[in-house]
Design a protein around this ligand. Structure first.
Ligand code: ARG
Length: 305
């Protein structure tokens, strides 16, 4: 089932009975080849329109701290080696969408749908993830959608709502809406679709982060009124980020791997206070070099089974 309006939420028959477990492992891509070589989002250039320069030494430290943060929280981090020709591959959220598919007897099967990246620069990243998932014993699926103009950027736009049988699907900039109909028809996934209307928020994970089953942080300017109503029909606790906080600190790209801790780029004081009021344990990390490419915590990892 795919829904786009709040009045259709009941049709989703949301439940927790499917035992939709959170993944317990984290996939990250080694940052050795991280650079900004081209601009495919508004953050990759400076005010003069030149490509941002990355301090690779600093970027590696920031990446290592993020990895250590997941490990400290009890998550195993699996590292995929990058490729010198692929400077954006470090953003591991975009090349795939893993989930558990339940058969008739209720047994889960690890399944992944590979992305079809919109930018030609990023398309060659996907085969590396294909082999990674094969090695982990996943059923690996490619999109059937026939047109070459149909794109999908994985977990950057498709965000599972644990522990419900629901995936939030952003579209408009990097992902095509048709993809969610395929995911629903082929795998029986429930998808709540959200149109992204502002180029600054080009992936759903730049304007929407689910913190726990009831709580989401959003950038309201990123959505149309149907989208906002849909979000409010499902989440009882909607935290609205300040536009400046999101543009400067990427706060909507924070990540809660367990519904309690929230890992976020450092320095957004008001946002941190708000999260603390909502009883989250906030962990601030520096992702400054990655923000120069348009990504932060959520983009730099993939949760895998
Ligand atoms: N430079 C990368 C791109 O534009 C950043 C990707 C950030 N990832 C994300 N999930 N938002 O594709």
């Amino acid at each position: 089932m795919v829904v786009t309006h709040a009045h259709d939420v009941a049709k989703l028959k949301l439940n927790k009975a499917d035992n939709v477990a959170r993944p317990k492992r984290v996939l990250m891509v080694d940052p050795e080849h991280f650079r900004v070589d081209y601009a495919i989002n508004p953050y990759m250039t400076n005010a003069a329109g030149e490509l941002n320069k990355i301090d690779l030494g600093l970027a590696k430290k920031q990446w290592a701290t993020l990895k250590a943060t997941y490990e400290r929280l009890g998550f195993e981090v699996l590292v995929v080696t990058g490729d010198h020709k692929l400077p954006d591959m470090v953003f591991a959220a975009n090349q795939s969408f893993p989930f558990l598919l339940f058969d008739k007897s209720g047994a889960p099967k690890k399944t992944v749908v590979l992305s079809r990246m919109r930018s030609e620069f990023r398309r060659p990243e996907v085969p590396y993830f294909k082999s990674f998932y094969k090695d982990l014993g996943y059923d690996v699926a490619e999109l059937n959608a026939p047109s070459k103009d149909i794109y999908f950027e994985g977990n950057g736009d498709a965000i599972p709502h644990y522990p419900y049988n629901l995936v939030w699907g952003g579209y408009g900039e990097r992902t095509s809406p048709e993809v969610y109909h395929e995911l629903s028809e082929r795998f029986g996934l429930n998808v709540a679709m959200l149109k992204l209307i502002d180029r600054n928020f080009y992936h759903l994970d730049t304007c929407f982060s689910i913190l726990n089953e009831n709580t989401v942080v959003i950038q309201k300017e990123a959505f149309d009124s149907d989208g906002l109503e849909l979000i409010r029909a499902v989440f009882t606790n909607v935290i609205e980020a300040e536009l400046e906080d999101n543009l400067n600190y990427f706060v909507c790209n924070c990540h809660s791997p367990d519904g309690r801790h929230v890992i976020t780029h450092k320095g957004a004081q008001k946002f941190v206070e708000t999260l603390k009021k909502h009883k989250f344990d906030v962990i601030e990390v520096d992702t400054g070099e990655y923000i120069k490419s348009g990504g932060s915590v959520f983009c730099m990892k993939m949760m895998v089974y």
